[in-house]
Design a protein around this ligand. Structure first.
Ligand code: UDP
Length: 243
């Protein structure tokens, strides 16, 4: 059990939250107030440890460009723009929850919308982090045909984060789908090459390549376990680390 005086393993991290993680599967609501509140509380704890935290939020709980193109016949670029706007909605919801928890936060967007959020400016983002503010990056990379995992890989490198904490529904990376195979084995640690060779699908190929090329570690863990983000930051054995 960790104590309040515990020493964090990292000084600056980037947390990737998928849009799906914000969804309430019982009611179908895209953004669950309870999940947001828990997330904000977790981030507050991390700030108390003195860790600088930025967050990339996904938008899959609201809209995905590819799904839109496949199911609704939406033009892919238009759909991707809609997906990026969905991440802005999630980011603003997270901002609100953080502020209600007393966490100072700035939202930076890759698509300029100056009434709502700051534009993404790398140096300004770093300055916010140094001042102890959480920074939420929204609108992905600002480009279609990308994912928010790619945005996470990009921003983590740009702000010199030490690690990407990728919060998912599953508590790590398994040799096969743990939902389908009872004998699936979880990796505590895996190298980039091995993860690629075994096609473990940690992130999409472009995002993964950006991490591998720049030696950006990725910790895949479950957000559903209370306190998991804090435990990850304290370097406790949790999830799967790819490096
Ligand atoms: N998207 C995009 N460019 C980006 C990031 C996201 O076009 O740089 C679009 C894309 O359509 C994607 C959607 O936004 O499907 C939502 O992002 P994502 O699927 O990565 O969200 P998550 O799976 O993390 O909820």
């Amino acid at each position: 059990m960790s104590t309040a005086s515990a020493t964090p393993k990292y000084k600056r991290v980037l947390l990737k939250i998928s849009g799906e993680a914000l969804k309430n599967y019982q009611t179908g609501e895209p953004i669950d107030a309870g999940v947001l509140k828990r997330l904000a509380e977790d981030i507050k704890e991390i700030r108390k440890l003195g860790v600088q935290i930025s967050v990339v939020v996904g938008g899959g709980n609201i809209f995905r460009g590819l799904a839109g193109a496949n199911n609704k016949g939406t033009d892919r670029t238009t759909g991707d723009n809609m997906g990026m706007l969905a991440t802005v909605i999630n980011g603003l919801a997270l901002m609100d929850a953080l502020e209600k928890n007393g966490v100072e936060v700035r939202v930076q967007t890759a698509i300029p919308m100056d009434k709502i959020a700051e534009p993404f400016i790398q140096r300004r983002a770093v300055r916010h982090l140094e001042k102890g503010r959480a920074v939420v990056f929204v609108a992905g990379t600002g480009n279609p045909y990308c994912t928010t995992d790619y945005a996470a890989a990009l921003r983590a490198n740009e702000v010199n984060a030490e690690i990407i904490l990728k919060a998912t529904k599953v508590d790590g990376i398994y040799d096969k789908d743990p939902m389908k195979h009872a004998d699936a084995v979880k990796y505590a640690h895996i190298g980039y090459e091995e993860a690629l060779m075994k096609r473990l699908g940690v992130m999409d190929a472009e995002a993964f390549a950006l991490c591998q090329t720049n030696k950006m570690p990725i910790l895949v863990f479950s957000m559903n376990e209370p306190g998991s983000i804090r435990r990850a930051i304290l370097g406790e054995t949790i999830g799967t680390i790819v490096n």
